[in-house]
Design a protein around this ligand. Structure first.
Ligand code: 5RP
Length: 225
């Protein structure tokens, strides 16, 4: 089984999980990235069993529409029952690093607006300590240098992601060389820097269920009580 097969297997398992609770009024939160794209393909196969979706990026909205799934504005839907999305890293507490695809802010908004966040990954993303994957931080363009200097004071090594503008018109700093032992505290510290829109740590609102595609099959992990 290659990495794509494992991502697809996790996406299929997520659909199987939510399917019994979908009805003609259901609006599903949908994430961004290659694993989320497999989920979009799966959702399209049951198109008649739910109403539509809220997308965490312009790219996912485009893919959903192309697959015949109506896309709604989150402001009109109220709380969503499910949000399904990938991640760049996940630890045993279901804390995540996200934002490799630069969609972190909208992803965090949809996750915050959803009762259940199901995170789908292949097993290479499962880590004990977050931080090998550079932590994305979305920043208002004029604050780029200021925020970078403040991140250095916090012990990180920020690198400007050249050529990338987020769906919200901002830039991304990828923070290298972190060993994130206290994800909640770092998430809050970064969010308190003036000019930061949000950062890719999903620890204050972690996933509720992690579905991991492995060579042996799909594994489900819930956070310890
Ligand atoms: C996009 C994300 C993605 O979920 C993350 O980058 C994982 O992507 P992929 O499923 O392609 O490995 O956070 O901003």
């Amino acid at each position: 089984m290659n990495q794509d097969d494992m991502k697809r297997a996790a996406a299929k398992a997520a659909l199987k999980k939510i399917l019994p609770q979908l009805d003609e009024k259901s609006v599903v939160g949908v994430g961004t990235g290659s694993t989320a794209n497999y989920f979009i393909e799966e959702l399209a196969t049951v198109r008649d069993l739910f109403d539509g979706a809220v997308a965490s990026s312009e790219e996912s909205a485009r893919r959903l529409k192309e697959a015949g799934v109506p896309v709604y504005d989150l402001n009109g839907t109220g709380t969503l029952e499910f949000y399904v999305d990938g991640a760049d890293e996940a630890n045993g507490n279901l804390h995540l690093i996200k934002g490799g695809g630069a969609a972190l802010t909208r992803e965090k908004i949809v996750a915050a607006s959803s009762r259940r966040f199901i995170c789908i990954i292949d097993h290479s993303k499962r880590v004990d300590v977050l931080g090998d994957f550079p932590l994305p931080v979305e920043v208002i363009p004029m604050a780029r240098s200021y925020v970078a200097r403040e991140i250095v004071k916090l012990g990180g090594d920020p690198v400007f992601r050249e050529g990338v503008t987020t769906d919200n018109g901002n830039i991304i700093l990828d923070v290298h060389n972190l060993r994130i032992l206290d994800p909640v505290t770092l998430e809050e510290a970064l969010n308190h820097l003036t000019g930061v829109v949000t950062n890719g740590l999903f620890a204050r609102r972690p996933a509720d269920l992690l579905i991991v595609g492995t060579p042996q099959g799909v594994e489900e992990i819930t956070a310890p009580a």
